[in-house]
Design a protein around this ligand. Structure first.
Ligand code: AMP
Ligand code: MG
Length: 404
């Protein structure tokens, strides 16, 4: 049986980033950049005042207190017309360019205007060295410098930075489209009251939400009965998208038709079963159609198995299709809050939640009733990874957690 890491490699090998598109930078939020972005300006574009106050020559204040002639007033957006000579100061506002000759700004709170014309000011700052309260030209970025790299996720911060460097258009990778198909004769949709033998389809809505959360565009294909013809028709529809995610029908039951139907639809099986708990029956394949390849995941039907397989395999695949770095894993090492006994030949991904304590974060295991128990997962924010084998974990021991 494949190990999780090997299986993930097999998935990522087949997940080619989507071709880039040029778009409005203001709409790029949530997408990955497909180009490096360089600044077209120095920022700040000039030596800039960081305080309201007086631009001075620091040397004039070497003795502590000084009285200086105020020769001009410069507000943000204005340009100084005079240079500051010995014994002179310029009244300056935050964000305005520092006049020639000045090399420091004294805060207005440390000043006192004197009576009379021409205007004079008394300054008594604690200590003024050259550069005080000035952000030098180009300190934040230089013209031509790459400030955002291809693969960067565009968040509101990046939208602002793109505007600062004058980019109104940018190359990004579009959202991968992901079809979600729930299979099973027992399933009814959430707006039905289940009859004897029936359960509500929770995987469909959950997986669609996961897809959106992972940066994909979800296409909900609803429920397919465990009938070959019905499955085949919906699978065909799903193969129009970048990814097709099915839930259910990949185990060893008589109604588990999904692998057969997928193979008959031209989906080449890459692997079936991964050494993992929960999630062992996972099926993965790829279908090439003309230019495009559709990645196909058959997730086990139990909701928590579906969830774990989505996090471990589908989310990284969506990330890579979307042009992000899928090798960055949301894994942290923290201390276990209690004891745990691990036994078995598969690694266990156990639902848990993180808690802050005085000496750092600890992780607390939830009282979880197995892969059908989605309810307990509502309290989880991570999965503790217990490697295969027999081991007694004691309280305080370091474990790896996968953040949800
Ligand atoms: P299967 O993988 O089809 O054998 O399903 C395994 C278990 O998961 C069964 O108890 C199913 O009833 C349950 N199950 C399958 N699909 C769903 C779904 N879409 N939502 C909730 N539970 C499901
Ligand atoms: Mg089933």
């Amino acid at each position: 049986m494949l190990e999780v890491e090997q299986a993930l490699l097999q998935v990522l090998e087949r997940a080619a980033p989507k071709p880039p598109v040029r778009m409005n930078a203001a709409d790029a939020m949530g997408l990955a950049l497909a180009e490096d972005v360089a600044s077209d300006i120095d920022s700040p574009p000039y030596d800039k005042a960081l305080m309201d106050g007086y631009a001075v020559r620091a040397a004039d204040l070497a003795g502590g207190e000084a009285e200086l002639a105020v020769i001009e007033e410069v507000t943000a957006g204005a340009v100084p017309t005079r240079s500051v000579q010995e014994g002179e100061a310029v009244r300056i506002m935050t964000g305005a360019p520092i006049p020639e000759g000045a090399d420091a700004v004294v805060m207005v709170e440390q000043s006192e205007m004197l009576e009379g014309e021409p205007p004079r000011v008394r300054l008594r700052p604690p200590r003024v060295s050259p550069g005080k309260n000035i952000l030098p030209q180009g300190r934040s970025m230089r013209r031509g410098e790459v400030v955002l790299h291809a693969g960067t996720d565009v968040r509101p911060i990046e939208v602002g930075l793109l505007a600062e460097v004058g980019r109104t258009e940018v190359l990004t990778r579009p959202r991968p489209t992901v079809a979600v198909l729930s299979t099973g004769d027992e399933l009814v949709s959430a707006d039905h009251t289940p009859e004897p033998g029936q359960i509500r389809n929770s995987n469909g809505p959950m997986l669609c939400a996961f897809v959106r959360h992972a940066g994909g565009a979800a296409v909900d294909l609803g429920i397919a009965r465990d009938r070959e013809e019905e499955l085949r028709a919906k699978v065909e529809r799903g193969l129009d998208e970048d990814v097709l995610v099915l839930s259910g029908g990949v185990s060893m039951g008589v109604a588990d038709l999904v692998p057969k139907v997928l193979r008959e639809a031209g989906v080449e099986q890459v692997f079936h079963k991964v050494r993992l708990k929960p999630g062992k029956p996972l099926w993965f394949g790829a279908a090439a159609r003309g230019e495009r390849t559709t990645l196909v995941f058959g997730l086990p039907g139990n909701p928590v198995s579906s969830l774990v397989c989505f996090e471990l395999f589908v989310r990284p695949a969506i990330a890579q299709l979307a042009g992000r770095d899928a090798s960055r894993r949301p894994i942290r090492r923290v201390r276990l809050a209690g004891e745990f006994r691990q036994q078995g030949d598969r690694p266990v991904y156990h639902p848990a939640f993180l808690r802050d304590e005085e000496h750092g974060a600890v992780v607390e295991l939830l009282n979880w009733q197995g892969s059908a128990d989605l309810r307990t997962l509502a309290d989880a924010d991570c999965l503790v990874i217990f490697p295969a084998g027999e081991k007694h974990y004691s309280e305080g021991e370091q474990v790896a957690v996968h953040l949800l």
